[in-house]
Ligand binder design. Structure first.
Ligand SMILES: [Zn+2]
Length: 202
C-alpha cells in the first residue's frame, strides 16, 4: 500500500469517527431534552410525572367550598394510587378530598418544594402511566359543577325535589346519579339523603 492510499484511508476513518460521535452527541442531547421536559412536568404536578396524573386542581379550586365531582371520580378511579396536596393549601379546605381519598384507600401526602412551578395545589395520580388527556378541569365546567359534600355523599340515593332541582341547576349532567323522592316515598317517610338547602342558599 502506498502512502497516499494510506493517508486517504486514515482520513476516511477519521471522518467516520467524527460523524459517529456527532450522532452520539445529538442522541445524548435528545435524551437530555427529554429528561428536562420530565423535570418540568414534575415541577408542575407536585413531583408527579404528567403521564401518571388523573386529575389536578389549582390552589384556588381546591380551596373552594364543596367537591368537584371530576376530582371525586378520579379519586374513586381504580387506577388512582395517591392524593398529593401542596403544603401551602389550607388543610381544612382540602379536608373533603382527603376524607374521600381515605375511603378509597389512596395514600395521601402533603408536599413542598422550591422547585414547584405553576398553581397546581392538588394531584390525583397513579403509580403507572395513565395518559389522561384532560388533567385539568374543563374551564366552562369549573365554576358550576362543584357539589356540596352532602349531595356528593347521597349519590345513588333518593333526594327531595328541592335538592334535585338545585342539583339540576349546578350540575345537570349529574342528575342521573340520583333519584327524586316520589309522593309515595314521602308518605312512607323516606327522607332526603342530602339536605343541601342550607348550603346552597347563598
Ligand atoms: Zn333535600
Amino acid at each position: 500500500m502506498d502512502d497516499k492510499l494510506k493517508q486517504d484511508e486514515q482520513r476516511e476513518a477519521l471522518k467516520k469517527q467524527q460523524k459517529k460521535s456527532k450522532l452520539e452527541q445529538q442522541a445524548a442531547l435528545g435524551v437530555q431534552g427529554g429528561l428536562e421536559l420530565k423535570k418540568d412536568e414534575k415541577a408542575k404536578f407536585l413531583g408527579q410525572f404528567k403521564e401518571r396524573v388523573l386529575k389536578a386542581l389549582t390552589f384556588a379550586k381546591v380551596e373552594k367550598k364543596g367537591i368537584y365531582p371530576e376530582v371525586a371520580e378520579a379519586i374513586e378511579d381504580k387506577r388512582a394510587d395517591k392524593l398529593i396536596i401542596d403544603r401551602r393549601v389550607d388543610k381544612q379546605a382540602a379536608k373533603e378530598y382527603i376524607n374521600l381519598s381515605r375511603e378509597a384507600d389512596l395514600s395521601f401526602k402533603r408536599v413542598q418544594s422550591p422547585d414547584f412551578v405553576g398553581d397546581i395545589g392538588l394531584v390525583v395520580a397513579s403509580n403507572q402511566a395513565v395518559k389522561v388527556d384532560n388533567i385539568l378541569l374543563n374551564s366552562s365546567k369549573q365554576d358550576e359543577a362543584i357539589l356540596p359534600e352532602s349531595l356528593l355523599a347521597a349519590k345513588g340515593k333518593k333526594i327531595c325535589a328541592d335538592c334535585y332541582n338545585k342539583l339540576k341547576d349546578i350540575a345537570p349532567d349529574k342528575v342521573s346519579d340520583y333519584k327524586k323522592i316520589s309522593i309515595i316515598d314521602k308518605l312512607l317517610g323516606v327522607e332526603c339523603a342530602a339536605e343541601i338547602n342550607q348550603e346552597v342558599k347563598d
